[in-house]
Write a protein that binds this ligand. Structure first.
Ligand code: BGC
Length: 795
């Protein structure tokens, strides 16, 4: 087995960036293999590993399981692990060594464009489900790469934005899930995000990558960059960012070698990174093995989608009477929306529609598509006809949701509303038939102005390839809708604490809401949500009795056990979720009124009763003490709340915690949301930074910024013509994502993606020109730029 230190410096450096878009560098003659990487989190998007493109729409068929939003809603770690294993098995079958997922960024705002790919607004749920997914994937002998580390909580300007976030919030909200998955599940790899965090690019952050990830959490795997996220490669190597992906055709290799030769970068840093690339390749199974068990995995995808369906309201109309005649309304019954846009898109092995599933169940129904899938638009006549059909049927089942072009990687949503005609359709149908059931397909919260006027609402989220079958299973009660929301459905955008600061300015986003993300804000500020975090009904009914603690006093570092007896008093099997929150009454530091500390999912037969015990981990009592740089346990009383949701507490049990900390330099009071600069500065412990100005231009300038100059505009349109503009037909969602991504593409990423055609001297010359520096003074650089513009322009 070759060790990195046996290799010459140049070869070590060559290992530090990909060979292609999806493969690490290899030297077969020396017995150094490559590892094949592939998206993604809820099913493989496996490309030909030797190609150099994103290839969003032409991957090899694989099972499309429900995306993370839906998996989180199951609150079922076992199921998440089983699905993870299935993804791992498919990776083996397709010759993929490392699965680029799961993603576990926090849903800071419900308009986050990629929220469907993430688990929750809560770090405990995010970390626990990510760990379950990693365990599952890696049990099949392949690696998982958790992403995007860290504070990548928006799509807008993700490649250039700096997330300004105070350290306590960073540790308790944005890093906590990563800490859990790294320490509990040991993923093979971590993906460094596009954005910067507190002034350091995530791909070159000694703080995040060295001090926190490796030194504090003990991570021993590999860190790779998000695709073309790298700016300063020398700084990245110094920070331990092992692998630049995809291939940048050696863009910065000479810089890294020169930095070592000139004593600016220790050779040991290069060797350490190269060794981790070798270790990853050595772990990779290499050859494909087995095949995709299409039917078995399709059935698993269907089970998972049903388990992730949330019954938001129900007047008893659901489950449906099997003999009832149904008016099935909405184009999504025939063309389901079952995943989001962007790099996580799977080419499914098959798709089961609700229409087909109803047919195979032998139901009596008529179907009325009504609206346009892409735009959501519907004519008045179509809506009126659907209402007539609803009137004539026993029940109406209306499928509405977000059109695909609203939800994708690459951009954030503008608002929380469904398309206006979807709302109009539901209102008209509900007026015609009170037995109207609404089934929603969306990857993030929406507003439901008609929720009180319909018989039942099913939040189906994005259900993966078998979503239509799962919906029919749930409609008829063949499966219990097992989901509980893993995020808050606010009544309005303005009810989100982060809203005034989201997505911030192109170069800076300020996390002034601090810890008060999602339900933490709603419960503390007593803002009523439309549907609360943790909410979800069942077709069964559960009595909870005799909640008890293992002890009424604990010391710092001690776990606590809570037991409650759960009894299924219904005549059907079903599942319930015991949620345990902590209310810190010690007054030592400022805290949300309630934070999730433990949970358990239980499946019970009719009449079955079980003692459910959950462990409230010592960490749940702790806060991160910034001055001391460690987790501390406050002394005093906590309320241990046994709850059905974040607003439905069934019992509160007091516990005395002898944590040893009675006062802290952390503020104990003060505003939750640091709206004023003075408050935010106090929380940050430093002045609020000034965002990087657009001018002077630099390698970090985006296409739309550089296009403010004539030379930049010419460059941008040439690049568009040669790049995305030449890519040919794509679906409207991909087109939108590509257009936005292009406008926000920094010059450094354009260079990395140029396949070796755009090198640093040319980028720097362009920057100089845009900054108005006269060409003739710039010698070689100017010649580089002229050559580049001619070459790119001439094609
Ligand atoms: C995404 C990653 C993904 C990568 C490769 C990036 O744009 O942010 O999540 O794994 O592309 O497709």
């Amino acid at each position: 087995m070759v060790s990195a230190s046996d290799l010459p410096l140049e070869q070590q450096v060559a290992l530090l960036s990909g060979a292609t878009f999806w493969r690490t560098e290899s030297f077969p003659d020396q017995g150094i293999p490559s590892a094949v990487l592939s998206d993604g989190p809820h099913g493989l998007r496996a490309q030909n590993p030797d190609l150099n493109s994103f290839g969003l729409s032409d991957s090899r068929p694989a099972t499309c399981f429900p995306p993370a939003v839906t998996m989180a809603t199951t609150w079922d770690e076992e199921l998440v692990e089983v699905v993870g294993r299935a993804v791992g098995v498919e990776a083996r079958a397709l010759g993929v060594d490392v699965v680029l997922g799961p993603g576990l960024n926090i849903k800071r705002h419900p308009c986050g464009g990629r929220n469907f790919e993430y688990y929750s607004e809560d770090p405990l749920l995010s970390g626990r489900f990510a760990a379950a997914a990693v365990r599952g994937i890696q049990s099949a002998g392949v690696g998982a790469c958790v992403k995007h580390f860290a504070v990548n909580n928006q799509e807008s300007h993700r490649m250039v934005v700096d997330a300004v976030v105070d350290e306590r919030t960073l540790r308790e909200i944005y890093l906590a899930g990563f800490e859990h998955v790294v320490t509990e599940a040991q993923p093979w790899a971590v993906m460094a995000a596009y954005n910067s965090v507190n002034g350091e690019p995530a791909t070159a952050s000694p703080r995040l990558l060295r001090e926190i990830l490796r030194e504090t959490w003990g991570f021993e795997g590999l860190v790779m960059s998000d695709w073309s996220a790298v700016g300063d490669r020398v700084a990245g190597v110094a920070a331990g960012m092992d692998l630049e992906m995809p291939s940048s055709r050696g863009l910065s290799d000479d810089d890294v070698v020169a930095a070592v030769r000139q004593g600016r970068l220790p050779e040991a840093a290069v060797t350490a990174c190269a060794q981790r690339v070798l270790d990853l390749a050595a772990r990779a199974p290499g050859e494909a093995a087995g095949s995709i068990p299409v039917d078995v995995h399709d059935a698993l995808a269907r089970r998972a989608a049903a388990a992730g369906t949330v019954l938001l309201t129900n007047d008893g109309t659901l489950p449906l009477n099997p003999t009832a005649s149904v008016a099935l309304i909405g184009a999504m019954a025939e063309h389901p929306r079952f995943q989001g846009g962007g790099s996580s898109q799977v080419n499914p092995t098959r798709v089961t529609t609700a229409l087909a599933a109803l047919e195979s169940r032998g139901a009596t129904f008529t179907h009325h598509p009504v609206y346009d899938l892409q735009t959501g638009e519907a004519g008045r006549a179509e809506i009126a006809a659907a209402a007539d059909a609803a009137r004539a049927a026993d029940v109406a089942v209306v499928l509405v949701g977000l059109p695909p072009v609203v939800e994708s990687e690459g951009f954030d949503r503008a608002d929380l509303a469904l398309p206006p005609q979807h709302d109009a359709l539901v209102t008209a149908v509900a007026a015609a038939n009170p037995r109207t059931v609404v089934a929603l397909s969306n990857g993030s919260p929406v507003t439901l102005p008609w929720a009180d006027d319909v018989a039942a609402v099913l939040e189906c989220y994005l259900g993966g390839q078998a979503s239509g079958g799962a919906l029919v299973d749930v409609l008829y009660g063949d499966a219990d809708p097992g989901g509980r929301l893993a995020e808050t459905f606010p009544r309005a955008r303005a009810d989100v604490a982060a809203d005034p600061f989201f997505p911030g300015r192109p170069h800076q986003v300020e996390h002034r809401e601090g810890l008060f993300v999602g339900y933490r804000h709603h419960v503390t500020a007593e803002v009523q949500p439309a549907f609360a975090f943790g909410h979800g009904l069942s077709y069964a009914a559960f009595d909870w009795s005799d909640p008890r603690l293992s002890t009424d006093a604990i010391a710092a570092g001690q776990d606590l056990e809570l037991t409650v007896t759960v009894n299924n008093v219904a005549r059907r099997a079903g599942s319930d979720v015991v949620q345990v929150y902590l209310a810190d009454r010690t007054g030592v530091v400022l805290r949300p009124a309630r934070t999730l500390a433990a949970f358990a999912k239980v499946h019970l037969d009719p009449g079955e009763s079980r003692d459910v015990t959950v462990v409230v981990p010592a960490r749940a009592f702790q806060f991160f003490d910034v001055a001391q740089q460690r987790w501390q346990t406050p002394t005093g009383e906590f309320g241990v709340e046994v709850a059905r949701s974040s607003v439905d507490v069934v019992a509160t049990l007091p516990v005395t915690v002898n944590g040893g900390v009675s006062t802290s330099s952390e503020p104990a009071d003060g505003p939750a949301v640091a709206a004023s600069d003075a408050d935010f500065e106090r929380r940050l412990g430093r002045p609020v930074p000034t965002p990087r100005p657009v001018r002077p231009f630099s390698r970090d300038s985006t296409m739309s910024e550089i296009a403010q100059t004539r030379v930049g505009a010419a460059f941008r349109s040439t690049l568009w013509r040669l790049g995305p503009g030449r890519a040919g037909e794509a679906d409207p969602t991909t087109q939108e994502a590509v257009t936005r991504a292009f406008e926000e593409l920094p010059l450094r990423a354009a260079a990395a993606l140029s396949g070796g055609r755009l090198r640093w001297p040319a980028v720097d010359a362009l920057v100089d020109l845009a900054n108005g520096r006269p060409l003739q003074l710039l010698g070689g650089a100017a010649r580089g730029a002229n050559g580049l513009l001619r070459r790119w322009g001439g094609r």
